[in-house]
Each structure stands twice: as C-alpha cells, then as structure tokens.
Design a protein around this ligand. Structure first.
Ligand SMILES: [Zn+2]
Length: 141
C-alpha cells in the first residue's frame, strides 16, 4: 500500500470487536465483507444486532457479501480533528449503499476526494492497519 490511508494512524482508536460483531472484523482481516443475514426474511443488516431490523427474528447468520455498492452521500474533511488522523487531509467520509441493502460509513480511497461523487460505483477494499486489525475502505469499481 503506497497511498496514504485517511485513518491509517488510528489503529489505537479502532473499536474493539465484540462477541456480536467479531465475524465482521474477522471478515475484514480475511479481506472479505461479511454481514448478518436474517434466516427468516433473508434481509442483510449492518451494524450487527441480536435481532433482525426488518422482521424482529433472532435467527441471524453471517454471510460474505459482494462488497459492491455505490456512494450514497459523502463529505470531504479538511480539518485535522485528531492527531491520529495524520496529515492526510482532505479525505472523504462516505455513506456507502451496499448492493445487499445496508448502508455504512467508510472512506473511498484510491481517488482524490474531489473525484468522489454520489452514485459512484465502489468496491470494498479492506486494508490491514496492524498485524491484527483491518479497516473497511472502498475503492472506485
Ligand atoms: Zn428478518
């Protein structure tokens, strides 16, 4: 990885995996995007929960998903709010609408922030921040 990552220095700030969302983090470590899927209504959801957001069922399983999606919205951050975010401003914080339905917050890398557009097709691109932890980024598809 030669390009600067918007939050590559924030490994210490990463949330600790919980019993509930550990499969999500393990997936990133394996360069996969994994989401919970309801066994009753088949909908995908994020973030992980103990019940289905759509139907309330409690039978949820983890599935690898395509990682494809599009930029639903984004902002460009010019201010350095924390030293851990380094000198990589400006960077984007984007809401990604996954092809499977859920939306999540991430960063689009591999393109200048001023090239990110609403509707841009993107692909999940997990990147290792430490030997044990990876973070979910997206790249233009
Ligand atoms: Zn459901």
């Amino acid at each position: 990885m030669t390009e600067p990552l918007p939050n590559a220095n924030k490994a210490d700030l990463l949330p600790e995996p919980t019993e509930r969302d550990a499969p999500f983090w393990e997936g990133l470590r394996a360069s996969e995007l994994r989401l919970q899927r309801c066994s009753a209504c088949a909908s995908f959801q994020y973030p992980a929960e103990s019940f289905c957001y759509d139907c309330g069922a409690t039978s949820l399983q983890w599935e690898r998903v395509s990682g494809g999606g599009e930029v639903y919205s984004f902002i460009t951050v010019h201010q350095r709010y924390h030293p851990a975010f380094g000198d990589n401003t400006p960077y984007n914080v984007s809401i990604i609408a996954l092809d499977e339905g859920p939306r999540l917050v991430s960063n689009v890398i591999g393109t200048p922030s001023n090239q990110v557009t609403v509707g841009m097709r993107v692909q999940a691109s997990p990147q290792a921040l430490t030997d044990e932890r990876s973070w979910l980024y997206f790249r233009p598809a």
